[in-house]
Write a protein that binds this ligand. Structure first.
Ligand code: APR
Length: 250
């Protein structure tokens, strides 16, 4: 049963995680929308999350794309416009620093914001795609973000079918990203899961695959059938900042 640290005893929990990281030979990270909320991108299932205001199947599914393209395009145009001035926060930069120093091997993320790469991470597996990349749904022609925002048709096949390269409800995940993430997590002896409710399959199965310890950093506890060795309840940015300080002091 995981030991849960929060509030006044969070520092004790952070010290335990830092010790795990010092011992580990192959540490990997899995992130979700809670990694981006401190960069002012709403998550999905917190009390003010996106899916509290609308049903994802009505706006973010392949059925909506096919049956109500203008609603689909309005929803994603809005999400893309809101990303315009968004920047990585300190927690993203800590993870980039950890990769540069060889402390973590990769990040598998459910986030489509591209903030991990913007912060400097290189090995990032985008399991749910990238909202800043645009293609034609039918002929796969690559288009610019502006083409989608300007409601252009596909320049190659002429269809009204431009869309962000994100995984919609009802679609399969990108196979290569999935296989790379799965391979790295199977090799890992420590997985740090940050800012996700673990409600969405198949990504919520990935933490099961580690050979070693599982640690959760999240604002709230999660309801998943497997256990964690350690749970740190709090803000990702704050915990990661403190984690690097403690790690460097060891
Ligand atoms: N620090 C730590 N945890 C946070 C923070 C924060 N600053 N902000 C929010 N959280 C936590 C929330 O408490 C919640 O448990 O992050 C979690 C986010 O969960 P979701 O909103 O369900 O997001 P996620 O798990 O990434 O959703 C998975 O669902 O709709 C699909 O494709 C979408 O990739 C997304 C997938």
């Amino acid at each position: 049963m995981a030991k849960i640290y929060t509030g006044e005893n969070i520092k004790e929990g952070i010290r335990i995680l830092a010790d795990f990281m010092k011992e580990a030979k192959y540490t990997v990270v899995l992130t979700g929308a809670g990694m981006d909320t401190e960069s002012n991108i709403p998550d999905f299932r917190s009390q003010d999350g996106l899916w509290r205001k609308m049903d994802p199947r009505l706006v973010a599914s392949i059925d909506t794309f096919e049956e109500n393209y203008s609603l689909f395009r309005d929803f994603y145009s809005e999400r893309i416009k809101r990303l315009k001035d968004v920047k990585p926060h300190e927690g993203h930069y800590v993870l980039a620093d950890f990769e540069k120093r060889g402390i973590i091997k990769c990040i598998a993320t459910q986030n489509v914001s591209d903030l991990h790469r913007m912060a400097g991470n290189d090995k990032v597996y985008e399991l749910h795609g990238n909202i800043r990349k645009i293609r034609c749904n039918y002929c796969n022609h690559k288009a610019e973000l502006e083409d989608f925002l300007n409601r252009e048709k596909c320049a190659n096949c002429g269809r009204d079918a431009l869309r962000p390269e994100v995984v919609l409800f009802g679609e399969a995940l990108p196979m290569d990203e999935w296989l790379w993430a799965e391979e790295d997590i199977r090799k890992s002896d420590l997985i740090i899961v940050i800012g996700t409710s673990l409600e969405v399959a198949p990504v919520n199965q990935l933490p099961m695959l580690t050979r070693g310890k599982r640690v959760l950093i999240n604002m709230e506890d999660v309801d998943i059938y497997y256990d964690f060795d350690l749970k740190l309840m709090g803000k990702a940015g704050e915990i990661l900042r403190e984690l690097r300080e403690v790690y460097d002091s060891l």
